[in-house]
Design a protein around this ligand. Structure first.
Ligand code: AMP
Ligand code: ZN
Length: 473
């Protein structure tokens, strides 16, 4: 499996720290509003990475935080006249609903920054003790950037260029810093803001220290993959590396993955331009499965443009898979011979071997830095193959094997393609009549098969003195 590593700017073979296990951390959202469709990109992309790794047999420990203390949260709390925890808890719940609606699985652990303050105090103390951080007069603690040898290695920036770009900071009230490159680990409280007691001042943590600490606590000093959107490379991830490696004296993460941005009609999404959509907005206009399909139709490192036309194309693509599975389900229900026809003929055996070729193509695409665009193309080829080769003359075993393959590959992408189909009342009644006829002829096997078939589609039969009654389970 090859992963493009931002650290080396190359695709590298993935070798986990511990065989068969993956420790993965994905920076999560700051919870002051409903998540927007840009935030959904890392969620969907890295959920798919996790699903593929699990499919390959890895045990994935997937950690993704909620940043629940932040200026934007506090601002909103002041506006609404409530405690900032009311805001963060509200939007954590809403975020979880959106994740579920996009079929993004919950992380193994979703730590919250406000629950991890002790770990942050400890890491900041360690950094001060080791000479990598210092407290200024007002109690602000800064990281001493130049004390960390590897600073700039992720963003491939050089310290002197950074120094030039940052000179203005010295004259903007941050003059307590020893060096303009230094960044905040702990800051003093302001009136009306949430704060915690600390040796340097009552206050709250800087954003970067949160992730270093939560990653250490739930995954250990050294992890396999750290991920997020490309805007996080600098300064957030660069600073995380500096903090973690300076404190732990161990390499932090082996692979750094970053998704490119989602734009709207070829422009940056922004509230002021008015082209800003939440996942909730989009869910009212489209099936979020179509949205997920759209997200995965491009490689995660390519910029992706959101537009009505592209969503239309995604809807068509997704429907093609769903329709194929629905047709297979229909054939499975209706082929003659039922379960007796489960034996796969020699010809069907050959066809299934051919079909495995599409699964191999899918894997090859995913092994190449998670090329979901090509992986979906392989699903399409499989769908076309199934549409051509499945018919009412096929055996049920063959049909089920084809369906399973489509469903399994789609499921790795988090796409639900085997939809529970609405069964019409007339269809139910016809099947009940058929079952009654079978019973009259003492063909109890067939009668039971019909009962089970209905049960599989969510219809429960009840034999009463007045006749057969049915209900939707
Ligand atoms: P934030 O709440 O701003 O820290 O963002 C949470 C995650 O969403 C981070 O990984 C960001 O990089 C990512 N993100 C934010 N906006 C976009 C966008 N337009 N396209 C892709 N990813 C984004
Ligand atoms: Zn982070």
């Amino acid at each position: 499996m090859k992963i493009y590593n931002t650290l080396s700017k190359r695709k590298e073979e993935f070798i986990p720290l511990e065989e068969g296990k993956v420790k993965m951390y994905v920076c999560g959202p700051t919870v002051y509003n409903l998540i927007h469709i840009g935030n959904a990109r890392p969620m969907i992309v890295f959920d798919t990475v996790r699903r593929y790794m699990e499919h390959k047999g890895y045990e994935v420990n997937f950690v993704s935080n909620f940043t629940d203390v932040d200026d934007k949260i506090i601002k909103k709390a002041v506006e609404e006249g409530v405690d900032s925890s009311v805001i963060s808890e509200r939007y954590i719940e809403e975020c979880k609903k959106d994740m579920e609606a996009m079929n993004v699985r919950p992380a193994t652990t979703h730590p919250k920054a406000t629950q991890e303050i002790d770990g942050m105090l400890e890491m900041i103390e360690t950094l001060i003790r080791k000479g990598h951080a210092y407290a200024a007069q007002d109690g602000t603690v800064y990281f001493r950037t130049r004390s960390f040898q590897g600073y700039g290695k992720l963003s491939h920036k050089n310290l002197d260029d950074l120094q030039g770009g940052n000179r203005s900071l010295l004259v903007t009230g941050e003059d307590q810093k020893e060096d303009p490159l230094d960044f905040v680990l702990w800051k003093p409280k302001k009136e009306g803001e949430p704060y915690w007691e600390a040796p340097w001042c009552d206050g709250r943590p800087g954003w970067h220290i949160e992730c270093s600490v939560m990653s250490k606590k739930y995954l250990g000093d050294e992890i396999d993959i750290h991920a997020g959107g490309e805007d996080l490379v600098f300064p957030h991830h660069e600073n995380e590396i500096a903090q973690s490696e300076a404190a732990n004296e161990r390499p932090f993460s082996r692979y750094w993955m970053h998704n490119a941005f989602l734009n709207i009609d070829n422009r940056k999404m922004s509230k002021s331009v008015g082209n800003f959509f939440t996942v909730r907005d989009i869910g009212k206009r489209y099936d979020l499965q179509v949205f997920r399909f759209f997200m995965l139709s491009a490689h995660y490192r390519s910029p992706l443009n959101f537009s009505a036309e592209l969503m239309e194309a995604a809807a068509n693509g997704y429907d093609r898979i769903v329709t194929s599975v629905s047709n297979l389900n229909y054939l499975i229900r209706n082929v003659s011979g039922g379960e007796d026809g489960a034996e796969i003929s020699g010809r069907e055996e050959e066809l299934l071997k051919e079909a495995e070729g599409f699964a191999r193509k899918f894997d090859e695409a995913m092994e190449d830095d998670f090329n979901t665009a090509d992986a979906i193309a392989a699903i399409f080829e499989l769908v076309k193959f199934a549409n051509t080769n499945a018919s009412s003359a096929s055996g049920i075993g063959f049909l089920k094997a084809l369906k399973d393959e489509i469903v399994t590959l789609s499921d790795i992408c988090g796409l639900i393609v085997d939809k529970k189909e609405e069964i019409l009342d007339s269809e139910i009644e016809a099947l009940i009549d058929e079952r009654q006829a079978a019973r009259k002829e003492k063909n109890f096997k067939q009668a039971d098969e019909i009962r089970n078939q209905l049960l599989e589609r969510g219809i429960v039969l009840e034999d009463t003195r007045e006749g057969v009654k049915w209900k939707r389970a």
